[in-house]
Design a protein around this ligand. Structure first.
Ligand code: PAZ
Length: 317
């Protein structure tokens, strides 16, 4: 794998050197190592490990953040994909934006705590009949995945947290080699306010319009591929609102970052279809329109898992 240019490397180092330190870093590293150890040293049955990123990163405008710029993503793609990876036998590290959609909870109402429960008397709490199946499945599936060591959930909010955690994960997974995968569905900010040029306190209002200069977030995909986890199977995502440029942009990203595939999706149709762009073909993946409960991730993850199997086989020959 060719290494990245010195300039890009300098930008990346400078991003991390000037980032605010990641809170609870030791705890996160310990959880990651324990999870990877559990799943990669199983006698006879080593599990593949996938890191699914999900939700949008925020860009704080003040160090003691009151205001921030956000990136659109409900987290539905990441949560649904995680469920499918668990079903396919993978161990999943779910790196998600706090407050976004969670695996196994997609069929619950928006405010499950208030809508799913009822109190027939002062001492009893029970699940409302209409939600009992959904609650039972959510709790049982999530508990089983966690208890069997198949699911580790790690939250982030800011672009600083996300990229520091992604680096920790990639370096922790380096030795898992081709059995590891990155499935990067998070919507990551392209622009940010560097920490050392950010005001500490809340920006004052009342003195007219606000001018903010945003710096470009260094692209970490190239370093992930070349240095952090060069043997991992890597899937990135490309979201556009103009379908005319979608495939061209995804193809450029495929070539530039040398990922194994780019999942291209258009904002308004992203739940209906995606295109998996790779060097061998562009495959349209749709949800099954005949089945109301079908989701695009059922077919997407089947395809990605197949491609990963081929990649592992080829890496060992
Ligand atoms: O999270 P969600 O289900 O609402 O949307 C998923 C998505 C569109 C954020 C994802 O499929 C995606 O394309 N992520 C990468 C976005 C980007 O180009 O930065």
């Amino acid at each position: 794998m060719s290494s990245i240019s010195g300039l890009v490397e300098d930008e990346i180092s400078s991003f991390f050197e000037t980032s605010p330190p990641l809170k609870k870093k030791e705890e996160i590293v310990a959880k990651l190592n324990q999870f990877i150890e559990l799943n990669s040293s199983r006698q006879g049955e080593k599990r593949r490990i996938v890191c699914v990123t999900s939700g949008g990163t925020t860009v704080p405008l003040e160090q003691r953040c009151v205001r921030y710029i956000d990136n659109f993503s409900s987290g539905n793609r990441g949560a649904a994909s995680t469920e499918n990876f668990v079903k396919a036998g993978y161990a999943v590290i779910f790196l998600y934006r706090r407050g976004t959609c969670q695996p196994f909870c997609r069929s619950l109402p928006d405010d499950p705590f208030l809508e799913c429960f009822e109190f027939p008397d002062a001492k009893t709490i029970r699940v409302h009949e209409s939600h009992s199946e959904a609650v039972k499945m959510a709790v049982m599936d999530q508990q089983a995945a966690v208890e069997e060591g198949r699911l580790l959930k790690l939250p982030f909010s800011t672009i600083y947290e996300y990229l520091q955690m992604l680096r920790l994960m990639a370096t922790a997974l380096k030795d898992v080699g081709s059995c590891s995968m990155f499935y990067l569905a998070a919507a990551v900010s392209d622009f940010y306010v560097p920490w050392n040029s950010m005001t500490e306190h809340k920006i004052e209002s009342g003195s007219g319009p606000l001018d903010i200069r945003l710096a470009q977030v260094p692209k970490m995909l190239s370093i992930l591929r070349s240095n952090w986890a060069p043997k991992a199977f890597c899937i990135s995502f490309k979201l556009e609102t103009d379908s005319k440029i979608l495939i061209e942009k995804a193809t450029k990203a495929l070539q530039k970052y040398k990922v194994h595939a780019v999942v291209a999706n258009e904002l308004s149709t992203r739940k209906e279809e995606v295109v998996v762009v790779s060097s061998s073909s562009n495959v349209v993946v749709r949800r099954d329109p005949g089945k109301p409960e079908s989701i695009v991730e059922d077919n997407l993850i089947r395809l990605i898992v197949d491609r990963h199997s081929t990649y592992i086989k080829e890496s060992h020959t």
